[in-house]
Design a protein around this ligand. Structure first.
Ligand SMILES: [Zn+2]
Length: 285
């Protein structure tokens, strides 16, 4: 297995997590509501730096035997530290033209940036690109309301500009959905709003096993332990926290593994309810 890829099976479905790269964010962007003291304590306990969070980007390749599905595309070559997904797919024997379905959990640039190549053409020429209709409507509106974000305004604006540009480049291959869809047998996109209006989670299930890819419904394992700690990138923080709780509750009840795009590689793991509230994260398949 090449470094930056990790392959496992969900029943008879093959899944491979693919590292695209990473970005580092000021800690208050990820935890704007947490008290400085509690946040400093939580980060120190994990031997993590106080001021910045190093946030990996991890996509998911799903091979069902009939379909080749990619969940999220990474950031593309927007910085020197991202854009590895196509190379990692090739190392798995998958050419871009083999991907028949791309599911975009949402249209933030770290998820959609790799959906188009440097010349503005769809990077996966034969794929339908599934995303929620509300996501498309929101980001294609030049007056999208970004007031719920708790990150600097110029960052918010650059996210909106990048989303609008990518969605325009993808327009001929977009397949907007409402209310969730079974993209192919065993792979279902589910509404998981809050982070963005049309944010999707993806459920992979086969032979009694399940994996719930929660996208950005949690951006850091601390959002599981402290589900009330909001994420500054959430457009509607209260809805996002409710979605997070609902997805994690479902994963525990149905004994599913969980994946989260920004969690430390391999970004898959198990969750368990903590007696005092919140969830513990144990990485690995
Ligand atoms: Zn993200």
């Amino acid at each position: 297995m090449p470094e930056g890829s990790y392959r496992f099976q969900v029943g008879s479905i093959y899944c491979t997590v693919l590292a695209d790269g990473y970005c580092s964010y000021p800690s208050p962007w990820l935890f704007p509501g947490a008290s400085r003291v509690h946040l400093a304590q939580a980060l120190a306990e994990r031997r993590l730096p106080l001021e910045t969070v190093l946030s990996p980007f991890t996509c998911l390749l799903i091979e069902t035997g009939r379909s080749v599905v990619l969940v999220d595309t990474g950031a593309g070559e927007s910085s020197g530290a991202t854009g590895a997904v196509v190379a990692r797919l090739e190392m798995e024997g998958i050419r871009p033209r083999h991907v028949d379905t791309v599911i975009l959990t949402h249209a933030h640039p770290d998820h959609i940036g790799g959906a188009v190549d440097a010349r503005g053409r769809p990077a996966f020429p034969n794929a339908r690109y599934i995303l929620d209709e509300r996501e498309l409507d929101f980001w294609t509106n030049p007056r999208a309301d970004l007031s719920g974000l708790r990150i600097p305004q110029e960052v918010a604006q650059s996210i909106a500009d990048a989303a609008r540009r990518c969605l325009a480049d993808l327009r001929l291959q977009l397949e907007p959905i409402t209310g969730g869809i079974e993209a192919c047998p065993g792979v279902t996109a589910l509404p998981a709003p809050g982070h963005t209006p049309g944010h999707l989670a993806v459920l992979i299930s086969s032979d009694g096993q399940g994996l719930l890819n929660m996208g950005d419904a949690a951006m850091h394992p601390l959002h599981l332990e402290r589900p009330e700690w909001e994420n500054g990138f959430d457009l509607a923080a209260e809805t996002a926290c409710a979605t997070r709780r609902s997805l994690l509750g479902r994963a525990v009840a149905e004994k599913m593994r969980v994946m989260a795009f920004h969690f430390p590689f391999p970004s898959v793991g198990r969750v368990a309810a903590r007696p005092g509230g919140g969830w513990d994260w144990t990485p690995g398949w």
